[in-house]
Design a protein around this ligand. Structure first.
Ligand code: ZN
Length: 413
């Protein structure tokens, strides 16, 4: 599928040194140094295109954009892959509810998402792959799982035994009762008659009446959600045989830890006998004015609506970076207003004929970002630089700072 347009990223002066970045790994629950590599393989789970792009999505993709930018600025390459779940129950349910054709709904929402990502200056993935275009990959993965004895059928639907992987549960750290509860809230069906284990997940769903289906070796049907990501990640990130894990970073929102990432990892382990990722990174949730932001509450704030109403995308980006990615946090008008003011001060300072020294502030930004993407601290250093500049301190190279702001933070000012 077509990704969004390329976002030009300026080169930073090579004199800056980049410490190894540390990130919090959901699997170990620790902040860990990411091993230095020439090429990182990063997979981030994409949207289901029916409610895009709300600020929770934006915060998630921004988090991985910051990782992407840091690794690139430090001299490495990043092979970045993202999927889009363009066929799944929630999409069909929304299309039925709103009396829309599901494909039209998906197309319109994907187009919005692309525009929002471009406006927020998120570097596009090298491969942006839809579930529909990955159907052959999914059926091949299901066939490979079948060969291991980890697949069984219930009335034409195929299920994967998650406990086929000895590591099942090692990412979410949940007990079985909690897993069952969350599984049932997030699209699983633990009480379905015929299941060998309640946590077994659907990998191929036989075609239902009035729903789309695609012909395959497993009958006419459509892919399950978890196997979609497993199959796409293992194909497009081209894991290296000699590496200890299939890929380097798997990411998404924290609501994907279970069941989605746990089940993808379980499938990958059975398919490859390796852990799916070295580091599992999860961005926290965004609420609105003290409440959880959710589809069911109907209080989603959409990036496209904010931008249409005149909000500067760089202020949205700044506001989302003004708090830490691992902190469940609230979106408020005050947060956006404060970010807008801070961006304005930064722009004023950049426009000054003389600016405060720039090397030290860039070094401090790099150091803050290397520490588990500590964007709040990086932005405080920038505030201080703006204040110094408008107070008359001079000696800096404004071009160098403008390039660093874009290269590291995606702020094009
Ligand atoms: Zn996924």
């Amino acid at each position: 599928m077509k990704s969004w347009p390329l976002v030009a990223v300026p080169q930073l002066n090579k004199s800056f040194s980049f410490p190894q970045i540390s990130l919090t790994n959901s699997k170990t629950l620790k902040k860990e140094l990411v091993v230095k590599k020439d090429l990182y393989r990063m997979y981030v789970c994409g949207i289901t295109p029916y409610d895009s792009t709300h600020l929770g999505h934006a915060a998630t993709y921004l988090t991985f954009d910051l990782i992407n930018r840091y690794l690139r600025a430090s001299g490495s390459d990043v092979l970045y892959v993202q999927n889009i779940t363009d066929i799944d129950d929630p999409l069909l349910e929304r299309a039925t509810r709103d009396n829309l054709d599901w494909e039209d709904l998906a197309t319109s929402q994907i187009e919005l998402f692309r525009g929002d990502m471009f406006n927020l200056r998120v570097i596009p993935p090298a491969h942006y792959i839809g579930a529909v275009e990955a159907i052959d990959l999914v059926t091949e993965a299901v066939t490979a799982l079948q060969a291991t004895g980890s697949i069984y059928a219930i009335e034409g639907d195929l299920f994967f035994k998650n406990y086929s992987s000895p590591d099942f549960g090692s990412i979410s750290h949940l007990d079985k009762e909690s897993m069952k509860e969350i599984f049932s809230q997030r699209g699983g069906n633990p009480t379905l008659a015929g299941k060998i284990d309640p946590l077994d997940c659907l990998v191929w769903m036989a075609k239902r009446e009035n729903e789309p289906g695609w012909p395959s070796i497993h009958g006419v049907g459509r892919p399950g959600w978890h196997i979609e990501c497993t199959a796409i990640a293992l194909k497009y990130l081209a894991p290296i045989e000699s590496d200890a894990t299939c890929i380097d970073i798997q990411g998404g929102g924290s609501d994907l830890i279970f069941p989605h990432h746990e089940m993808c990892a379980s499938q990958a382990k059975v398919l490859t006998d390796k852990d799916l990722a070295s580091t599992y990174v999860h961005a926290a949730m965004i609420g609105l004015d003290g409440e959880k932001m959710s589809k069911s509450k109907g209080n989603l704030v959409f990036v496209s609506k904010l931008i249409d109403s005149g909000t500067d995308p760089m202020a949205i980006r700044f506001a989302l970076m003004s708090q830490h990615y691992r902190l469940d946090r609230m979106w408020t008008d005050e947060l956006l207003e404060a970010a807008t003011k801070r961006v304005a001060k930064l722009r004023d300072a950049i426009a000054s004929p003389d600016v405060a020294p720039t090397k030290p502030v860039i070094e401090k930004m790099i150091l803050a970002l290397s520490n588990d993407l500590d964007t709040p601290t990086a932005l405080v250093h920038l505030d201080k630089w703006s204040l110094d500049t408008t107070s008359g301190v001079s000696g800096g190279d404004v071009k160098e700072l403008v390039a660093a702001l874009d290269a590291l933070l995606g702020l094009s000012l």
